[in-house]
Design a protein around this ligand. Structure first.
Ligand SMILES: Nc1ncnc2c1ncn2[C@@H]1O[C@H](COP(=O)(O)OP(=O)(O)OP(=O)(O)O)[C@@H](O)[C@H]1O
Ligand SMILES: O=C(O)[C@H](O)CO
Length: 517
């Protein structure tokens, strides 16, 4: 299959008029272009079809998931593929191509508005508008359940999973209706339940989540290929773990509901009853394999390769950044300013990193060891007079109180820009924050890229960044200052592995006087 990689749209700098064009501004201009290239490299490394193509190989009738066992297709009577999630159509198309001559059926449940496919073999069902389960998604789930139930012991089932899979495979335990289940999930979500908590409840209320899809399938071999949109890739959370053995306690879902809703009597009786049920015994899962084929770490790693090619010293800080976007933006600006200073402030940097919980959990590295390595790399890079590129992945949050337009990435970036303006760092600093899905909040931009001069330039245009931040109107801030030049614009990328935040720090101290910046 041919894939089109994601492109960036942006107004070239030459059309913009900057005052005081000087060495410092030039450094920032270059950093901005580099930040965009590095981000794009990260996104393009997690394009779903490419991931399937690179991780699944077929030679004659031997199917290999790279880095694991080989499976002979000859041992199976038939091969079926099912998929649910925002990114599974291109994944399915690649699988169909790979399974040529061996595929029985392929059914996917994808969001409303998803494109057509040129492959007639893929049975596309569209539903769950705005990520809310509906009758269309329920009917898709029904078709998928029927196919999975019809699989024989000697069949191979391949399951394709990506973010949004929970809403696209709704099969509530009877007598709960789709509407009732949706109401409970919405109430929890509005009360601030995390995705881990939401999906704990979804596992309890569903026939197919929490390993339920395996439970209804007789096939001895089930292979799941998963594109993770959850920090840390917890298999039971991504799309609520339909092919992962359920290890929940009978009390877990009840605890979540108690925490956020409190009075269970406000819930439909059907939901109350199922919440009180025991978690049943599940079948043998030894023939089930769940593979993460793409995640935020992969995107950060590829971004760091390109950062190095662009002559930066890349330092991956974390793939699990969480917290209030504005606060995180401020802290990252302080961290960048400290790192950009001539003296290395070991204690202050260490304190900030701990405070931000920027640990590289993925490698299992303990925080002390990680900090030591981080500081050593930093000192080395400084000695060699190399520019730095810090890479972070994750997903921050925004409590929207204003009535403006924006998203967590645009808000993080503007808050960082305000802090940089306040701190007046001597090094050139550029911060990019953008969603790998290309959509930040309810607007058509992936995020924004800012630097240590942006706020000064906004103020010179009598634009107050604080007012825009307070009204959660960061989208319009960027539109007004330099006509949206600072936006990161990709359109829908077709993938989603959370957000990427890049911090570029020049080793050169500004030639401009402090008052200049
Ligand atoms: N005006 C705004 N300013 C800042 N953030 C906003 C604004 N409006 C919405 N948001 C934030 O955007 C988030 C929704 O963004 P988005 O649609 O990217 O969600 P998501 O959870 O990342 O979805 P997906 O799982 O598809 O990536 C909400 O959590 C909300 O906090
Ligand atoms: O579908 C879901 O449950 C979320 O996108 C997390 O994977």
């Amino acid at each position: 299959m041919r894939t089109s990689l994601v492109k960036l749209y942006h107004r070239p700098l030459k059309f913009l008029k900057f005052r005081n064009m000087g060495t410092y501004r030039n450094t920032l201009n270059l950093q901005e272009e580099d930040a965009r290239k590095i981000f794009l490299a990260g996104v393009n490394s997690v394009i779903p079809s490419e991931l399937v193509r690179s991780k699944v190989r077929r030679r004659d009738n031997i199917l290999t998931i790279v880095g694991t066992e080989n499976v002979s297709l000859d041992q199976f009577t038939s091969v079926n593929v099912v998929g649910f999630g925002k990114a599974v159509l291109p994944m399915a198309e690649e699988m169909i191509d790979i399974l040529q001559g061996r595929l029985n059926r392929c059914i996917v449940s994808v969001p409303e508005g998803t494109r057509e496919s040129s492959l007639p073999a893929v049975e596309i069902n569209r539903g769950a508008k705005d990520n809310i389960p509906d009758e269309n998604a329920a009917s898709a789930a029904n078709k998928i359940v029927q196919l999975v139930e019809s699989c024989k012991e000697t069949d191979l089932l391949i399951v394709l999973i990506s973010g949004g899979g929970s809403a696209l495979l709704p099969a509530p335990k009877p007598p709960i209706t789709i509407e009732e289940k949706g109401r409970v999930i919405k109430a929890l979500s509005r009360s601030g339940a995390t995705i881990n908590e939401l999906n704990t409840v979804r596992r309890k209320l569903s026939l197919v989540k929490g390993g339920g899809l395996v439970q209804i399938c007789k096939s001895k071999k089930i292979i799941s290929l998963i594109l993770s949109d959850v920090l840390g890739d917890p298999l039971n959370v991504i799309a609520s773990g339909p092919t992962v053995q359920n290890t929940d306690d009978a009390q877990d879902a009840l605890n979540v509901v108690n925490k956020y809703i409190g009075d269970l009597s406000s819930l439909p009786e059907s939901v109350q009853n199922v919440l009180h049920e025991d978690v049943g015994v599940q079948r043998d899962f030894s023939g089930v394999q769940n593979f993460i084929i793409g995640n935020n770490t992969i995107a950060l790693q590829q971004a760091s390769v390109v950062a190095r090619e662009l002559k930066y010293e890349p330092l991956i800080v974390t793939s699990r950044l969480e917290g209030e976007a504005r606060l995180i933006g401020e802290k990252l600006a302080v961290l960048a300013s400290l790192i950009g200073d001539e003296t290395i402030h070991r204690d202050k940097i260490g304190f900030l990193i701990k405070e931000l919980h920027l640990r590289e959990f993925d490698t299992g590295t303990c925080i002390r060891k990680y900090m030591q390595e981080f500081l050593n790399n930093l000192i080395d890079a400084r000695r060699q007079r190399r520019d730095l590129c810090l890479l972070l992945g994750g997903e921050t949050t925004v409590k929207v109180i204003g009535n403006g337009i924006g998203g967590r990435n645009q808000e993080l970036a503007l808050s960082a820009a305000c802090q940089l303006h306040h701190l007046k760092p001597k090094s050139g600093i550029t911060i990019l924050s953008a969603g790998t899905d290309g959509i930040d909040g309810p607007c058509d931009m992936a995020g924004a890229v800012v630097n240590s001069l942006l706020v000064q330039e906004a103020i010179a245009q009598t634009i107050s960044p604080a007012d825009f931040l307070d009204n959660n109107d960061t989208y319009n801030f960027y539109k007004q200052v330099f006509s949206g030049h600072n936006h990161v614009h990709t359109g829908h990328t077709g993938t989603n592995v959370c957000d990427i935040i890049l911090i570029l720090i020049s080793h050169k101290v500004s030639h401009c006087t402090k008052s200049r910046i």
